[in-house]
Design a protein around this ligand. Structure first.
Ligand SMILES: [Zn+2]
Length: 181
């Protein structure tokens, strides 16, 4: 599912997400989630954020960001993950590819993002970044979103390198090319 994520007024951004809310498996997962909820909806161990916090396209398109506000929101990896899940830029939940049960969000200090999806009985493990815009890179969510912001605002490469604090021009060029595609 392709949708427009507006980071600024200059240029809309197209990002690829795989979440399809009408898919039967997605429906099943939301039923599992609500069955686990008592009273006020809360994120459980099968979700990054509560289902009711996931934004629709209209809500996302109403947002506008500046470099400083975006950077602040994404500074902490856990907060960045929630920010991205709310905007459907990463999956909020995942079903096991083997047994179809909801995967748990598990802490894993040895991996870059600090968490991954896991179905222990099946030994099924998936990256938080799977099937997302972020899958191709080891840069932090923060740095990637800032790169996308800089591209979407037509920042020159030198300005982008300085603002995002990236030492390699190659990385900036690669991401700008990727955004253009
Ligand atoms: Zn499983």
């Amino acid at each position: 599912m392709l949708y427009m994520h507006r980071l600024c007024r200059v240029r809309p951004i197209f990002l690829l997400t795989e979440i399809n809310f009408t898919h039967p498996r997605a429906r099943m997962l939301s039923q599992v989630s609500s069955a686990n909820m008592a009273g006020r909806p809360r994120a459980n161990r099968f979700q990054i954020v509560p289902v009711n916090e996931v934004m629709n396209n209209a809500q996302i398109l109403q947002e506008t960001w500046r470099l400083v506000t975006l950077s602040r929101e994404l500074a902490d990896t856990g907060a960045a993950m929630q920010w991205l899940a709310r905007r459907r830029l990463i999956r909020n939940s995942l079903l096991c590819g083997n047994c179809n049960a909801p995967c748990q969000l598990q802490n894993r200090s040895t991996i870059h993002d600090g968490k991954h999806w896991a179905c222990e009985p099946c030994r099924y493990y998936k990256s938080i970044r799977g099937h997302s815009f972020f899958e191709r890179s080891h840069l932090s969510f923060h740095d990637i979103m800032l790169l996308v912001y800089c591209w979407s605002n037509d920042y020159p490469q030198d300005t982008t390198m300085r603002e995002v604090n990236i030492g390699s021009r190659r990385i900036v060029i690669d991401w700008f090319n990727f955004c253009r595609e």
